[in-house]
Ligand binder design. Structure first.
Ligand code: DP6
Length: 342
Protein backbone atom coordinates (compact mmCIF):
# COMPACT_ATOMS: atom_id res chain seq x y z
CA UNK A 1 0.00 0.00 0.00
CA UNK A 2 1.99 2.98 -1.21
CA UNK A 3 1.01 6.44 -0.27
CA UNK A 4 2.88 8.85 -2.48
CA UNK A 5 1.68 12.30 -1.55
CA UNK A 6 2.16 15.25 -3.78
CA UNK A 7 4.61 17.21 -1.66
CA UNK A 8 8.24 17.40 -2.77
CA UNK A 9 9.28 14.83 -0.18
CA UNK A 10 7.35 11.61 -0.76
CA UNK A 11 6.32 9.37 2.14
CA UNK A 12 5.80 5.66 1.87
CA UNK A 13 3.51 4.06 4.40
CA UNK A 14 1.68 0.81 5.05
CA UNK A 15 -0.15 -0.98 7.86
CA UNK A 16 0.23 -4.69 8.65
CA UNK A 17 -1.16 -7.19 11.13
CA UNK A 18 0.57 -10.26 12.57
CA UNK A 19 -0.24 -12.79 15.27
CA UNK A 20 2.06 -14.16 17.92
CA UNK A 21 2.82 -17.89 17.79
CA UNK A 22 3.33 -20.69 20.29
CA UNK A 23 6.22 -23.04 19.64
CA UNK A 24 5.60 -26.75 20.13
CA UNK A 25 9.23 -27.50 19.24
CA UNK A 26 11.27 -24.67 20.68
CA UNK A 27 13.96 -22.35 19.37
CA UNK A 28 16.60 -21.87 22.06
CA UNK A 29 20.13 -20.77 21.24
CA UNK A 30 21.69 -19.39 18.08
CA UNK A 31 24.55 -20.48 15.93
CA UNK A 32 24.86 -16.83 14.93
CA UNK A 33 23.30 -14.31 17.34
CA UNK A 34 23.53 -11.30 14.99
CA UNK A 35 21.74 -13.04 12.11
CA UNK A 36 19.57 -15.09 14.47
CA UNK A 37 20.51 -18.36 12.84
CA UNK A 38 19.09 -20.90 15.31
CA UNK A 39 20.77 -24.04 16.63
CA UNK A 40 17.74 -26.07 15.60
CA UNK A 41 14.58 -26.02 13.51
CA UNK A 42 11.34 -25.29 15.35
CA UNK A 43 7.58 -25.75 14.96
CA UNK A 44 4.70 -23.47 15.93
CA UNK A 45 1.08 -22.43 15.57
CA UNK A 46 -0.02 -18.84 15.01
CA UNK A 47 -2.46 -17.52 17.62
CA UNK A 48 -5.68 -16.11 16.23
CA UNK A 49 -7.46 -13.37 18.17
CA UNK A 50 -4.21 -11.90 19.44
CA UNK A 51 -2.52 -9.44 17.15
CA UNK A 52 -0.03 -6.65 16.61
CA UNK A 53 -1.06 -3.90 14.24
CA UNK A 54 1.78 -1.74 12.94
CA UNK A 55 1.86 1.30 10.70
CA UNK A 56 5.13 2.51 9.25
CA UNK A 57 5.72 5.79 7.44
CA UNK A 58 9.06 6.48 5.81
CA UNK A 59 9.61 10.16 5.31
CA UNK A 60 12.63 12.05 4.00
CA UNK A 61 11.92 14.96 6.32
CA UNK A 62 12.40 12.86 9.49
CA UNK A 63 15.72 13.12 11.36
CA UNK A 64 15.54 9.75 13.12
CA UNK A 65 13.42 6.63 13.45
CA UNK A 66 10.71 6.73 16.10
CA UNK A 67 8.63 4.03 17.76
CA UNK A 68 5.29 4.41 19.53
CA UNK A 69 4.12 1.25 21.26
CA UNK A 70 0.58 1.09 22.66
CA UNK A 71 0.46 4.89 22.63
CA UNK A 72 3.79 5.40 24.42
CA UNK A 73 6.82 6.85 22.65
CA UNK A 74 9.74 4.45 23.15
CA UNK A 75 13.40 5.22 23.71
CA UNK A 76 16.43 3.16 24.62
CA UNK A 77 16.72 -0.56 23.85
CA UNK A 78 13.27 -0.99 22.27
CA UNK A 79 13.80 1.82 19.79
CA UNK A 80 17.40 0.76 19.09
CA UNK A 81 16.25 -2.77 18.21
CA UNK A 82 13.60 -1.49 15.79
CA UNK A 83 16.01 1.01 14.26
CA UNK A 84 18.65 -1.70 13.72
CA UNK A 85 15.99 -3.79 12.02
CA UNK A 86 15.03 -0.84 9.79
CA UNK A 87 18.72 -0.44 8.86
CA UNK A 88 18.65 -4.01 7.50
CA UNK A 89 15.44 -3.25 5.60
CA UNK A 90 16.90 -0.05 4.11
CA UNK A 91 20.01 -1.96 3.06
CA UNK A 92 17.83 -4.56 1.38
CA UNK A 93 15.84 -1.85 -0.42
CA UNK A 94 19.07 -0.36 -1.78
CA UNK A 95 20.28 -3.81 -2.90
CA UNK A 96 17.04 -4.31 -4.77
CA UNK A 97 17.33 -0.92 -6.46
CA UNK A 98 14.22 0.44 -4.72
CA UNK A 99 15.94 2.98 -2.50
CA UNK A 100 18.62 5.38 -3.74
CA UNK A 101 21.96 4.61 -2.05
CA UNK A 102 22.27 8.19 -0.81
CA UNK A 103 19.01 7.71 1.12
CA UNK A 104 20.05 4.50 2.88
CA UNK A 105 21.36 6.28 5.99
CA UNK A 106 18.61 8.90 6.21
CA UNK A 107 15.29 7.55 5.00
CA UNK A 108 13.88 7.40 8.53
CA UNK A 109 10.54 6.03 9.61
CA UNK A 110 7.82 6.55 12.14
CA UNK A 111 6.57 3.23 13.53
CA UNK A 112 3.28 3.07 15.44
CA UNK A 113 2.37 -0.30 16.90
CA UNK A 114 -0.50 -1.63 19.02
CA UNK A 115 -0.88 -5.03 20.66
CA UNK A 116 -4.35 -6.42 21.30
CA UNK A 117 -2.99 -8.56 24.14
CA UNK A 118 -1.63 -7.35 27.47
CA UNK A 119 2.10 -6.86 27.94
CA UNK A 120 3.57 -9.37 30.36
CA UNK A 121 0.87 -11.93 29.54
CA UNK A 122 3.47 -14.54 28.76
CA UNK A 123 2.81 -14.22 25.06
CA UNK A 124 5.95 -13.32 23.16
CA UNK A 125 5.17 -9.96 21.58
CA UNK A 126 8.46 -9.78 19.68
CA UNK A 127 7.20 -12.47 17.26
CA UNK A 128 4.08 -10.57 16.18
CA UNK A 129 5.91 -7.23 16.47
CA UNK A 130 8.69 -8.02 14.01
CA UNK A 131 6.45 -10.04 11.70
CA UNK A 132 4.06 -7.07 11.43
CA UNK A 133 6.97 -4.67 11.03
CA UNK A 134 8.62 -6.74 8.28
CA UNK A 135 5.30 -6.97 6.44
CA UNK A 136 4.62 -3.23 6.83
CA UNK A 137 8.13 -2.33 5.59
CA UNK A 138 7.63 -4.61 2.60
CA UNK A 139 4.37 -2.87 1.76
CA UNK A 140 5.60 0.66 2.40
CA UNK A 141 8.78 0.37 0.34
CA UNK A 142 7.21 -1.86 -2.31
CA UNK A 143 9.80 -4.58 -1.84
CA UNK A 144 7.31 -7.31 -2.82
CA UNK A 145 9.35 -9.98 -1.13
CA UNK A 146 8.21 -13.59 -1.53
CA UNK A 147 7.06 -15.20 1.73
CA UNK A 148 10.34 -17.00 2.49
CA UNK A 149 12.27 -13.75 2.16
CA UNK A 150 9.78 -11.91 4.34
CA UNK A 151 10.25 -14.63 6.94
CA UNK A 152 14.04 -14.15 6.74
CA UNK A 153 13.64 -10.40 7.13
CA UNK A 154 11.38 -10.83 10.20
CA UNK A 155 13.94 -13.29 11.64
CA UNK A 156 16.55 -10.51 11.77
CA UNK A 157 14.28 -8.65 14.23
CA UNK A 158 13.29 -11.67 16.34
CA UNK A 159 13.86 -15.35 15.61
CA UNK A 160 10.34 -16.43 16.48
CA UNK A 161 8.94 -13.63 14.25
CA UNK A 162 10.05 -15.65 11.21
CA UNK A 163 7.32 -18.15 12.18
CA UNK A 164 4.56 -15.50 12.37
CA UNK A 165 4.84 -14.69 8.64
CA UNK A 166 3.38 -17.91 7.12
CA UNK A 167 -0.12 -19.14 7.97
CA UNK A 168 -1.35 -21.73 10.47
CA UNK A 169 1.06 -24.48 11.49
CA UNK A 170 4.60 -23.50 10.66
CA UNK A 171 8.09 -24.97 10.52
CA UNK A 172 11.17 -22.74 10.75
CA UNK A 173 14.01 -24.48 8.94
CA UNK A 174 17.19 -23.77 10.88
CA UNK A 175 19.13 -23.74 7.60
CA UNK A 176 22.84 -23.18 7.12
CA UNK A 177 22.98 -19.46 6.50
CA UNK A 178 20.86 -16.33 6.15
CA UNK A 179 19.33 -17.52 2.90
CA UNK A 180 18.30 -20.99 4.03
CA UNK A 181 16.93 -20.04 7.48
CA UNK A 182 13.23 -19.24 7.07
CA UNK A 183 9.79 -20.52 8.05
CA UNK A 184 7.03 -22.05 5.96
CA UNK A 185 3.52 -23.29 6.57
CA UNK A 186 2.83 -27.02 6.51
CA UNK A 187 -0.89 -26.88 7.37
CA UNK A 188 -3.54 -24.12 7.30
CA UNK A 189 -5.30 -22.90 10.48
CA UNK A 190 -8.38 -24.95 9.61
CA UNK A 191 -6.36 -28.18 9.58
CA UNK A 192 -6.80 -28.97 13.29
CA UNK A 193 -9.11 -27.26 15.80
CA UNK A 194 -6.60 -26.92 18.61
CA UNK A 195 -6.97 -24.27 21.30
CA UNK A 196 -4.20 -22.62 23.28
CA UNK A 197 -5.35 -21.66 26.77
CA UNK A 198 -2.69 -19.30 28.07
CA UNK A 199 -2.82 -19.59 31.85
CA UNK A 200 -1.58 -16.37 33.44
CA UNK A 201 -0.02 -16.91 36.86
CA UNK A 202 2.27 -13.88 36.83
CA UNK A 203 1.95 -10.58 34.99
CA UNK A 204 5.44 -9.30 35.80
CA UNK A 205 8.01 -8.79 33.08
CA UNK A 206 10.50 -11.62 32.77
CA UNK A 207 13.88 -11.01 34.39
CA UNK A 208 15.91 -12.35 31.49
CA UNK A 209 14.41 -11.91 28.03
CA UNK A 210 14.87 -14.43 25.22
CA UNK A 211 17.48 -12.35 23.39
CA UNK A 212 19.71 -12.34 26.49
CA UNK A 213 18.89 -15.99 27.15
CA UNK A 214 19.84 -17.48 23.77
CA UNK A 215 23.62 -16.90 24.17
CA UNK A 216 23.51 -18.74 27.52
CA UNK A 217 22.31 -21.99 25.93
CA UNK A 218 25.86 -22.98 25.06
CA UNK A 219 26.92 -22.79 28.70
CA UNK A 220 24.65 -25.73 29.57
CA UNK A 221 26.14 -29.24 29.47
CA UNK A 222 22.71 -30.40 28.29
CA UNK A 223 22.60 -28.10 25.25
CA UNK A 224 24.17 -30.51 22.77
CA UNK A 225 21.95 -33.36 23.95
CA UNK A 226 18.86 -31.21 23.54
CA UNK A 227 19.84 -30.13 20.03
CA UNK A 228 20.73 -33.71 19.06
CA UNK A 229 17.18 -34.85 19.89
CA UNK A 230 15.24 -32.00 18.32
CA UNK A 231 14.96 -33.36 14.78
CA UNK A 232 13.34 -36.56 16.01
CA UNK A 233 10.87 -34.69 18.25
CA UNK A 234 10.11 -32.26 15.40
CA UNK A 235 9.37 -35.14 13.03
CA UNK A 236 7.04 -36.79 15.55
CA UNK A 237 5.33 -33.47 16.34
CA UNK A 238 4.85 -32.51 12.68
CA UNK A 239 3.52 -35.95 11.72
CA UNK A 240 1.23 -35.90 14.76
CA UNK A 241 -0.20 -32.54 13.69
CA UNK A 242 -0.65 -33.76 10.11
CA UNK A 243 -2.40 -36.93 11.38
CA UNK A 244 -4.24 -35.06 14.18
CA UNK A 245 -2.80 -37.58 16.62
CA UNK A 246 -3.06 -35.81 19.97
CA UNK A 247 -1.20 -38.42 22.00
CA UNK A 248 1.94 -38.25 19.87
CA UNK A 249 1.63 -34.47 19.65
CA UNK A 250 1.43 -34.16 23.46
CA UNK A 251 4.45 -36.44 23.92
CA UNK A 252 6.72 -34.44 21.60
CA UNK A 253 5.47 -31.01 22.72
CA UNK A 254 5.82 -31.61 26.47
CA UNK A 255 9.17 -33.33 26.14
CA UNK A 256 10.58 -30.52 24.01
CA UNK A 257 9.50 -27.87 26.52
CA UNK A 258 11.10 -29.90 29.34
CA UNK A 259 14.36 -30.08 27.39
CA UNK A 260 14.45 -26.34 26.82
CA UNK A 261 13.85 -25.60 30.50
CA UNK A 262 16.45 -28.18 31.50
CA UNK A 263 18.99 -26.32 29.35
CA UNK A 264 17.88 -22.97 30.81
CA UNK A 265 18.25 -24.21 34.38
CA UNK A 266 21.65 -25.76 33.82
CA UNK A 267 23.04 -22.66 32.09
CA UNK A 268 25.47 -20.26 33.74
CA UNK A 269 23.91 -18.11 35.07
CA UNK A 270 20.98 -20.45 35.65
CA UNK A 271 17.65 -19.36 34.17
CA UNK A 272 14.69 -20.50 36.20
CA UNK A 273 11.37 -19.31 34.79
CA UNK A 274 8.87 -21.61 36.50
CA UNK A 275 7.13 -20.86 39.77
CA UNK A 276 5.28 -23.24 42.11
CA UNK A 277 2.10 -22.40 40.23
CA UNK A 278 3.69 -23.32 36.91
CA UNK A 279 4.53 -26.75 38.36
CA UNK A 280 1.05 -27.13 39.80
CA UNK A 281 -0.57 -26.55 36.41
CA UNK A 282 1.82 -28.96 34.67
CA UNK A 283 0.91 -31.67 37.20
CA UNK A 284 -2.79 -30.89 36.97
CA UNK A 285 -2.87 -31.10 33.16
CA UNK A 286 -0.88 -34.33 33.21
CA UNK A 287 -3.45 -35.75 35.62
CA UNK A 288 -6.35 -34.65 33.41
CA UNK A 289 -4.70 -36.29 30.42
CA UNK A 290 -4.41 -39.52 32.37
CA UNK A 291 -8.17 -39.22 32.94
CA UNK A 292 -8.67 -39.14 29.17
CA UNK A 293 -8.62 -35.41 28.32
CA UNK A 294 -6.78 -34.29 25.17
CA UNK A 295 -4.69 -31.64 26.93
CA UNK A 296 -0.97 -30.96 27.18
CA UNK A 297 1.36 -28.13 28.18
CA UNK A 298 4.26 -26.05 26.94
CA UNK A 299 6.06 -23.15 28.64
CA UNK A 300 8.14 -20.36 27.07
CA UNK A 301 10.65 -18.05 28.75
CA UNK A 302 8.34 -17.15 31.64
CA UNK A 303 6.11 -18.77 34.29
CA UNK A 304 2.80 -18.77 32.38
CA UNK A 305 1.60 -22.07 30.95
CA UNK A 306 0.19 -22.68 27.49
CA UNK A 307 -2.34 -25.49 27.85
CA UNK A 308 -3.00 -26.93 24.41
CA UNK A 309 -6.10 -29.00 23.81
CA UNK A 310 -8.60 -29.95 21.21
CA UNK A 311 -11.58 -27.60 20.84
CA UNK A 312 -13.96 -30.10 22.48
CA UNK A 313 -11.94 -29.90 25.71
CA UNK A 314 -12.57 -26.19 26.11
CA UNK A 315 -15.84 -26.51 28.08
CA UNK A 316 -14.08 -28.70 30.62
CA UNK A 317 -10.63 -27.12 30.72
CA UNK A 318 -11.37 -23.41 30.72
CA UNK A 319 -13.45 -23.26 33.93
CA UNK A 320 -11.24 -25.91 35.54
CA UNK A 321 -8.09 -23.87 34.85
CA UNK A 322 -9.71 -20.62 35.98
CA UNK A 323 -10.72 -22.29 39.24
CA UNK A 324 -7.15 -23.28 40.16
CA UNK A 325 -5.83 -21.20 43.06
CA UNK A 326 -3.49 -18.41 41.93
CA UNK A 327 -4.62 -18.37 38.29
CA UNK A 328 -5.15 -14.72 37.29
CA UNK A 329 -6.60 -15.18 33.84
CA UNK A 330 -6.81 -17.60 30.93
CA UNK A 331 -6.52 -16.25 27.37
CA UNK A 332 -7.94 -18.49 24.64
CA UNK A 333 -6.44 -18.54 21.14
CA UNK A 334 -7.06 -20.75 18.11
CA UNK A 335 -4.88 -21.48 15.05
CA UNK A 336 -4.26 -18.21 13.23
CA UNK A 337 -3.32 -16.83 9.84
CA UNK A 338 0.00 -15.42 8.78
CA UNK A 339 0.98 -11.77 8.63
CA UNK A 340 -0.78 -9.52 6.14
CA UNK A 341 -1.16 -5.96 4.91
CA UNK A 342 -4.40 -4.12 5.54
C1 DP6 B 1 11.27 -19.56 24.49
O1 DP6 B 1 12.30 -15.22 19.24
O2 DP6 B 1 11.86 -14.20 21.52
O3 DP6 B 1 9.78 -18.40 23.06
O4 DP6 B 1 15.26 -14.00 18.47
O5 DP6 B 1 16.08 -12.96 20.56
O6 DP6 B 1 13.84 -12.29 19.65
P1 DP6 B 1 14.86 -13.39 19.79
O7 DP6 B 1 14.21 -14.51 20.68
P2 DP6 B 1 12.73 -15.04 20.63
O8 DP6 B 1 12.93 -16.48 21.32
C2 DP6 B 1 11.83 -17.32 21.53
C3 DP6 B 1 12.13 -18.32 22.57
C4 DP6 B 1 10.97 -19.15 23.05
C5 DP6 B 1 10.82 -20.41 22.22
C6 DP6 B 1 10.21 -20.26 20.84
O9 DP6 B 1 9.33 -19.41 20.64
O10 DP6 B 1 10.60 -21.04 19.97
Amino acid sequence: MKDKNHSQKPTHSATAIAHPNIAFIKYWGNRDDALRLPLNSSLSMNLDGLETRTTISFDESLNADSLTLNGILQEGAGLARVSAFLDSARELAVQRGILKPELQKRYFAQVVSENSFPAGAGIASSASAFAALAMAVDGALGLNLPEAQLSRLARLGSGSASRSIPTGFVEWHAGQDDESSYAESFAPPSHWDLVDMVVIVDRGHKQVGSSQGHPLARTSPLNELRVAGVDERLKVCKNAILARDFEAFAWATELDSEWMHAVMRTSTPSLRYWTELTELILWQVRYWRQQGHALCTTVDAGPNVHVIGTQNELDFALPALKALPGVMDVIVARPGAGAGLI
